[in-house]
Design a binder for this molecule. Structure first.
Ligand SMILES: Nc1ncnc2c1ncn2[C@@H]1O[C@H](COP(=O)(O)OP(=O)(O)OP(=O)(O)O)[C@@H](O)[C@H]1O
Length: 371
């Protein structure tokens, strides 16, 4: 049996016992066992010390400790094993959902963060998602494509950054809280961009993407402009996007627009990785009572109807706004907070959904004809 995998070096009896145990460990995000997800990359033994290699296709560094503890406890029940030395690696694939557009050389996956309607918290979500992916161990960039209101420089505290281009071709990015940021806002003064027409804006954005000196990135998060107009369509045809995250609030009007967003990505065959419901609930700071100022269950119903995951629900909370206003989003400002935990959970789900899309490249979203 040891011949089944080039890096499995155990005798047949022990190998089958170890594999049987590893097969009982279900990865919650991929909904497969560690074994069937192909994550067990190495098995060897030295005395009674088992060497185990695991490779994740999505970032989940904050979970490693719990994973190692649980796996070690289970494997150490075998007589032949006293100790487990576990090495965990993270290796996402390189993917473009758009067959006509080649992936960029140093960007493995591009995640478009979109909303049908303005003001629902798309940029706040994009910036916290990017930082949460980084907190989970990924190398991350963010591109502010919100041409009509570039807010990422402010949210990351890098408003004064001015890109330079030593060779006259490729521009530098702004390093911020461990991620790489680029924004049309770095190049424009005031509200210059507001007068741009669609094609001009779309052209500038493709240029920003391809003419930035991005470092090697696992994920590039694109903060899309709100709406479902020409810019979004052009971008989804010219940018090697791997998947899209739709941000909505639970209000009916925002949900109706978010459905248009889902529909737009469906038309161009970009997998919708899921929905983030922002300003989902409010917790009374005095008594802890939870209420739903914009309505309840809207995001869940929409996710169920379109057969896409509800990635997470964020509260309407003062410090989420204050933290981005100060240039230090909550994921880095208060990493042990419940809100930072929700964003990291969303990041793990987004990474896992992207990994699942590779196994099944075309995600079909059922649409009813009343949209
Ligand atoms: N969960 C939240 N709780 C409290 N305030 C929030 C929350 N999410 C976003 N905000 C605040 O709401 C405002 C709008 O958010 P943001 O700019 O992220 O929205 P947007 O959808 O990107 O808007 P636009 O499309 O106009 O760029 C900001 O002031 C932001 O700080």
């Amino acid at each position: 049996m040891s011949s089944t995998h080039p890096n499995y070096h155990l005798d047949d009896a022990l190998l089958s016992q170890v594999l049987a145990i590893l097969d009982t460990f279900q990865d919650t995000y991929l909904n497969k066992s560690l074994l069937s997800a192909g994550m067990v990359t190495k098995l060897a033994i030295e005395g009674k010390r088992l060497q185990l290699g695991l490779c994740y296709s999505y970032p989940c560094q904050t979970q490693y400790r719990d994973i190692v503890m649980a796996v070690t406890k289970a494997l150490a029940t075998l007589d032949a094993i006293d100790e487990v030395e576990c090495e965990i690696d993270f290796q996402p694939e390189t993917v473009s959902a758009i067959s006509a557009v080649e992936p960029l050389p140093n960007i493995k996956q591009i995640i478009a963060v979109a909303s049908g309607k303005g003001g629902v918290g798309k940029s706040t979500t994009a910036v916290n998602l990017a930082l949460a992916l980084a907190a989970e161990g990924a190398s991350v960039g963010i591109l502010d494509a919100d041409i009509y209101g570039p807010s990422i420089p402010m949210m990351l505290g890098v408003e004064d950054f001015k890109p330079v281009s030593p060779d006259g071709k490729i521009m530098t990015f702004a390093p911020a809280h461990g991620i790489a940021a680029q924004s049309i806002g770095f190049m424009l003064d005031g509200d210059q961009a507001a007068v741009w027409r669609g094609p001009m804006a779309a052209g500038a954005l493709v240029q920003l993407l391809t003419e930035t000196e991005w470092p090697e990135l696992d994920y590039l998060v694109i903060d899309m402009p709100p709406g479902t107009g020409d810019i979004q369509l052009t971008l989804s045809q010219k940018v090697p996007v791997s998947g899209a995250v739709i941000v909505t609030t639970p209000q009916d009007i925002a949900l109706a627009d978010a459905k248009k967003g889902v529909s737009m990505f469906q038309k161009v065959n970009i997998p919708v990785l899921g929905i983030v419901e922002n300003m989902s609930f409010h917790l009374c700071p005095e008594c802890g009572h939870k209420d739903h100022p914009f309505g309840a269950e809207g995001g869940q119903k929409m996710a169920t109807r379109y057969k896409v995951p509800l990635l997470g629900q964020l509260p309407l909370q003062l410090n989420i706004r204050e933290d981005v206003d100060k240039g230090t989003p909550t994921v880095v400002a208060d990493e042990s907070s419940q809100v930072a935990g929700i964003y990291r959970e969303i990041a793990r789900k987004v990474g896992a959904q992207l990994a699942l899309c590779q196994a099944q490249p075309k995600v079909s979203i059922s649409m009813s004809d009343d949209e």
